[in-house]
Design a protein around this ligand. Structure first.
Ligand code: HEC
Ligand code: HEC
Length: 217
């Protein structure tokens, strides 16, 4: 009986690890971005990070369909009362507001929108000029700065120590958008550069590209 339970637990663990491993196509030396940083920063994100990551990945929450504020409150109440999430009642309104604000930037919804747009125009995804460097700056500060450094020279606290070190993004002027987008989406095999297509929406990837284009000078 104990053995059966143990096997069952191992199978569950296997599924969890397996599912995770399949998402990351390139090897990651560091587990960046970790689940802990993957709730987009904003008012209330700290509540989600503190109380929701105990049991779920942020990605799981982003994969939910858009919900109204009432519906999010209802879900969070269920997490609290049915599943034992330790969130204080007083944090629930702020968290619900945050979760509604994340409806729009769900990675899944963004992917579907881009897919629809390019299908209806018969075109490849939106050109880089549609990237917003202001939003890109925030994304860079969350996901890229530890390796590429705040000025983009590849001298972030982690980036310097890597072999090869993180790329100097101030000298990418000659590279095409297509080439850079491919590296950001898929990572660079054989280096620590992670694939971002699972953590950032296509629009966010365009935004961050628009921002790193501003670093050259
Ligand atoms: C103590 C563990 C635990 C915590 C903490 C927790 N959840 Fe859950 N969550 C669950 C379980 C268990 C389910 C049900 C999964 C199923 O039905 O397959 C679930 C399901 C969900 C669902 C799916 C929709 C639904 O109604 O079942 C959403 C959305 C969700 N959680 C969001 C959150 C958010 C947001 C937080 C942070 C406040 C959170 N969870 C915290 C355990 C937890
Ligand atoms: C864990 C460290 C790490 C993180 C985090 C990271 N990078 Fe990188 N990045 C690298 C490494 C290492 C390389 C490859 C250097 C090489 O090929 O010599 C690289 C290469 C690149 C390149 C290719 C540059 C070129 O000259 O072709 C781009 C563009 C890039 N990163 C953008 C990003 C963006 C945008 C983010 C955040 C969304 C990010 N990186 C996050 C480590 C990282």
């Amino acid at each position: 009986m104990l053995l059966a339970l143990f096997c069952f637990a191992m199978v569950l663990l296997g599924i969890a690890l397996g599912a995770h491993a399949f998402k990351n196509e390139s090897p990651r030396i560091f587990s960046l971005p970790s689940d802990l940083i993957s709730f987009q920063p904003g008012p209330g994100s700290q509540i989600a990070t503190t109380y929701c990551l105990i049991c779920h990945s942020a990605e799981y929450v982003y994969m939910q369909p858009p919900h109204s504020r009432e519906k999010w409150k209802e879900i969070v109440h269920k997490m609290k009362h049915t599943f034992g999430c330790p969130i204080p009642e007083s944090d629930i309104p702020d968290l619900a507001t945050y979760l509604v604000s994340q409806n729009e930037i769900q990675p899944m919804a963004a992917l579907q929108k881009t897919a629809k747009k390019s299908a209806s125009h018969g075109l490849q995804p939106v050109p880089t000029s549609s990237g917003n460097s202001g939003r890109g700056k925030r994304i860079f500060g969350t996901y890229c700065v530890n390796c590429h450094g705040s000025s983009g020279h590849g001298d972030g606290p982690i980036g310097k120590a890597l072999v090869p070190p993180a790329a100097d993004l101030t000298v990418i002027g000659k590279k095409s958008d297509k080439e850079l987008l491919k590296t950001i989406r898929n990572g660079r095999p054989g280096t620590a550069m992670p694939a971002w297509k699972h953590d950032l929406s296509p629009q966010e990837i365009l935004d961050v590209l628009a921002y790193i284009r501003t670093l050259a000078s």
